[in-house]
Structures are given as C-alpha cells and as structure tokens.
Design a protein around this ligand. Structure first.
Ligand SMILES: C[C@H](CCC[C@@H](C)[C@H]1CC[C@H]2[C@@H]3[C@H](O)C[C@@H]4C[C@H](O)CC[C@]4(C)[C@H]3C[C@H](O)[C@]12C)C(=O)SCCNC(=O)CCNC(=O)[C@H](O)C(C)(C)COP(=O)(O)OP(=O)(O)OC[C@H]1O[C@@H](n2cnc3c(N)ncnc32)[C@H](O)[C@@H]1OP(=O)(O)O
Length: 453
C-alpha cells in the first residue's frame, strides 16, 4: 500500500506495468502489475480518474486525505471483440463496463460503426481478407485474454483464425463464439436474427395476446438476455476457471439455447399448471386482469402485478371497489369481466393520481414510464439507475452493483472506426515502418475524428 499524504498531485501517467504519479517536483512510481491488485492511496486529482480508468480499468474513489485505487472486477482483462451486430457489442460493453480493456476489430472502409454499445471500447480497423490483417489480429489475440467472434459457423476457420489455430498460439485464450444457432445442428450455417432464435427456442410460441399471433418482445430475449449477456457469463466463468487450470477454452454461445435457458422457469413451471391455457390466457402472459396494463384518463398507462391475495386486496381497495361485488380473483371465466371493471376504474384518473393512491402500498401498481422519463422518476433518480454520458445521452447504468468494485462505465464519446489502430499496433510491437506498410496495403486503417465544420 503506497501512501502520498496531503499532496496536491500534479497528474498521473499510466505506463505499462504501473502508475507514475508526478507529485509537484517529485516523481513517484508505484510499481504494480497491470492487474493493479489491492488499493493504493493517492492524492486526488481531477484528471487522474479518467486516465487510470481508461488505461487499467481501475477506479479511483475519493477518500480523505487521498483516493483509493480499487480494481474493477475485470481490470486487466484484455478482450478482442470482432465487430458484429447487436449481441456481441452488448457482451463487449458489459466487459468494458466492469473494467476489461475491450478492443473492437472493425472492418476497413467502413464510415460509421454499427456498434451503438461501444462505450469504453477502442477501435482497430483491420482487413481480415488480407494476410497482414489476419497476422495483426493473431498477434492481438496472443496478447489477449478473450476473443468474441460474432460470425456464423465456419467463418473464422476460413480466415485461419479458428480455435485450433488461436488456442495453439495462446492456450490461455477464452474463445467466445456468439451465434444464433450454435456451432452444430442443421441450422448452424443459416442466417437469422433474434426472432428466429426465439422461435426455435420455444419461447416465442408463448408470447402474445390471446387470439393474436406470437409477438417478439423487441430483440431483447435472444439477442441480449440469451445472447450477449449469456456470453458474458460464459466468459466470466471461463476466466474464473482459468485461475485454477491456467487454460482457456471455447465458448459455444447459441442464442437459441441462451434464450431457452433464460426461460427455464416456463419449462419448469408447466407441471404446476402455470401455462396450461392458450397463449395470452394464463396468469403471467396477459390473461389475468390483475397482471397487466391499464390506460389512465390522460392516455398513459399503469402496470398491475397484484398476484398474491394480500396484494390483490390492496389493489381492489385502492381502486375503490367493493370486493363483495367482484368475481373471485382466480375465476378464469370471469377474468374478462374483471378486466372490464378494472379498466373502467383506471380510466377515471390520471397516471399521476393513481401513483398518489398506490405509491408506498403493496398493491403492485407502477407507472409505465417512457424511455425519456425513467431517469427522472424518484426511485430511479435516487438510485442513480440511469447515467448521462458526456454527450448528454441517457442510458442504464451497469448492473448488478458490486459494493466494493462497482462498474464505472466510460462516459466519453464512443470510438470511431480505426481510432486506435496505431497505438494498438504499437502496443503489439509493430514499428513505424511496419505500421505504414500495413496502412499502405489497406490491411489496416487509421482514422482521425473528422473535424467538426
Ligand atoms: C435483430 C438484431 C439485428 C440488429 C441489427 C440492427 C441494429 C441493424 C441491422 C441492419 C441495420 C440498418 C441497415 O444497416 C440500414 C441502415 C444503415 C445506416 O448506416 C444506419 C441505419 C440503418 C437503418 C441500420 C440500423 C441498424 O444498425 C440495423 C437495423 C439481431 O438479431 S442481431 C443477431 C444476428 N445474428 C447473429 O449475430 C448470429 C451470428 N452471426 C450470423 O449468423 C451472421 O453473422 C449474420 C448475422 C447472419 C450475418 O451474416 P453475414 O453473411 O452478413 O456474415 P457472416 O456469414 O457472419 O460472415 C462475416 C463475413 O464478414 C467478413 N469479415 C468480418 N470481419 C471482417 C473484417 N474486419 N475485414 C474483412 N472481412 C471481415 C468475414 O470474413 C465473413 O466473410 P465471408 O462471408 O466471405 O466468409
């Protein structure tokens, strides 16, 4: 534990292998591994935080008289994310939020990155159809802990970048393959998107209103819950296991299976009769009048989840209804009538008025908030559940919150394609002439932020 008592730090510079803190005229070097372990007391300085976080994934927190440098959970983990569509970028963002250094490999000759989940990442542009581009990626993977590849089965093998090759060169590599259908099976080489994977998982057949066709909930379940998030879990598990074995492994992350796994409750609760009615007529799929949404007099909505009798009683009371005049809560055949009674009641007041009635009770009634209102709702505001980045964009904070080493997402602007090609190639040991040759051949591309005219 290195202390610098009471100094007003000049600034910090992070070099490979340690932190160099220039304090007034004295330069102090804190030798530590890249995996900054433990805590280091440092005098607080405004720009230290951003530099240290961006370079090491460690987070500074202000304590008197200095700051404590705590690693984020994934500090020191080096991730290569091959640019793909929504799921892989989400996986990369999760890892970056929790301290990993994520380098996204973009295609060259691409004006704008498709990655809208790019915070905290670096971007290198390599043409993997050129041998030098493949060679650069191989060198990057040798010096990395994780590779996330978002392509259909067989693409990486065609490029000579399959698991056999890369794990041969780096046996510690966690090689994550995020696909829709997995690395085997008759659909393995087929194109698809979230809704296709959700359909094959079985879950889509359960989603939708009574009498309507199956309806996918955005592209949340297969792409994100069963895809990017499940892949991040697999990577974390493999990294944990590597501490014991010292070896990497291949992760076959199929979004069909990830979505189905997320939905295990549906399979596991059929025996208790939770899903034995047609789609949209069960308790949790929109069938029950006490588990759904209702329009209020101002055209907004409230969500009702009053399942248990003791909560249902508070719902009825808050609505000002006489229980004696209502059919039994679990009388399936009376659910349409009960829904009409609730709908009439909710339509008599505004959303805000119903919040005054139900906030603080156990009636399980909450306002349906639009995206641009969630961060100002008192509950979310008090917890800081949504963040505003340097560009003013609001988005969810990383979850879950770790008490001692919480995620600290980088709130600066997203990288543009090829922004970090040169520094990354230098880190890999390429000299100026070699880098120039890569650029001249088109195997790599460096881009600078276009001047704002
Ligand atoms: C529902 C979601 C989809 C969300 C995506 C949307 C957010 C966006 C989709 C379309 C966008 C809009 C559109 O682009 C038009 C506008 C453009 C404008 O600029 C912005 C606004 C737009 C409206 C734009 C807005 C949005 O961005 C969109 C709406 C999902 O379900 S995503 C999940 C998809 N599935 C998977 O990820 C499973 C695994 N992957 C696959 O199965 C396949 O990759 C996939 C997705 C089927 C695509 O197949 P494809 O044939 O295209 O590729 P692959 O077979 O994987 O092969 C990759 C080839 O690329 C080569 N390659 C890769 N990296 C490099 C490199 N650095 N250099 C050179 N070459 C490279 C690789 O070698 C492969 O080449 P080959 O084909 O020759 O082997």
């Amino acid at each position: 534990m290195a202390y610098f008592q009471g100094q007003n730090a000049g600034h910090v510079d992070v070099r490979d292998g340690g932190l160099q803190l220039m304090i007034s005229e004295t330069e102090q070097t804190i030798l530590s591994s890249c995996f900054l372990c433990g805590a280091v007391e440092l005098p607080y300085h405004t720009d230290i935080e951003k530099k240290v976080r961006q370079k090491t994934g460690a987070v500074l927190s202000l304590v008197s008289p200095g700051v404590v440098l705590e690693n984020m959970a994934l500090a020191g983990v080096r991730v290569v994310e091959l640019a793909g569509l929504a799921p892989a970028p989400f996986c990369g963002m999760i890892l970056a939020d929790f301290g990993a250094r994520v380098t996204r490999v973009d295609r060259t000759k691409v004006a704008v990155a498709m990655d809208t989940q790019a915070r905290g990442k670096r971007s290198v542009a390599l043409d993997l159809k050129k041998p030098q581009g493949v060679a650069a990626l191989r060198r990057l993977c040798v010096q990395s802990d994780v590779l996330i590849e978002p392509f259909r089965k067989g693409v990486m093998e065609k490029l000579g970048l399959g698991p056999d090759e890369l794990l041969q060169e780096n046996p510690r590599l966690v090689y994550a393959r995020l696909t829709g259908f997995g690395q085997s099976g008759s659909y393995a080489k087929s194109a698809g998107h979230d809704i296709n994977y959700l359909a094959i998982s079985g879950l889509l057949s359960m989603l939708g209103r009574s009498g309507d066709d199956p309806h996918a909930p955005l592209n949340l379940v297969a792409d994100f819950a069963g895809g990017g998030l499940m892949c991040a879990l697999g990577i974390t598990l493999a990294l944990l296991e590597r501490h014991a074995s010292g070896r990497g492994q291949v992760i076959d992350a199929s979004m069909v299976e990830g979505a189905a796994y997320v939905g295990s409750f549906v399979w596991k609760s059929r025996a208790i009769g939770l899903w034995n009615r047609p789609r949209g007529e069960n308790i949790l799929d929109g069938g029950a009048p006490y588990y759904g949404t209702y329009r209020t007099s101002d055209g907004k909505h409230v969500a009702v989840g009053a399942i248990e009798p003791q909560f249902y009683d508070q719902l009825v009371q808050g609505l000002g209804l006489d229980p004696a005049t209502l059919p039994a809560q679990m009388s399936f055949s009376d659910w349409p009538e009960l829904r009409r009674v609730f709908a009439r009641a909710f339509a008599s007041r505004t959303q805000a008025e119903w919040c005054q009635v139900f906030d603080g009770t156990d009636a399980c009634v909450t306002p349906v908030l639009p995206l641009d209102k969630v961060h100002t709702h008192p509950h979310n505001r008090d917890r800081g559940s949504f963040l505003q980045d340097d560009q003013g964009e609001v988005s969810p904070r990383p979850a879950p919150v770790l008490s001692r080493t919480p995620a600290s997402p980088d709130m600066s602007r997203d990288p543009f394609v090829g922004e970090h090609t040169r520094p990354v190639l230098e880190e890999l040991g390429y000299g100026p002439d070699e880098i120039q040759q890569l650029l001249d051949s088109g195997a790599a591309e460096c881009n600078k932020l276009a001047a704002r005219l």
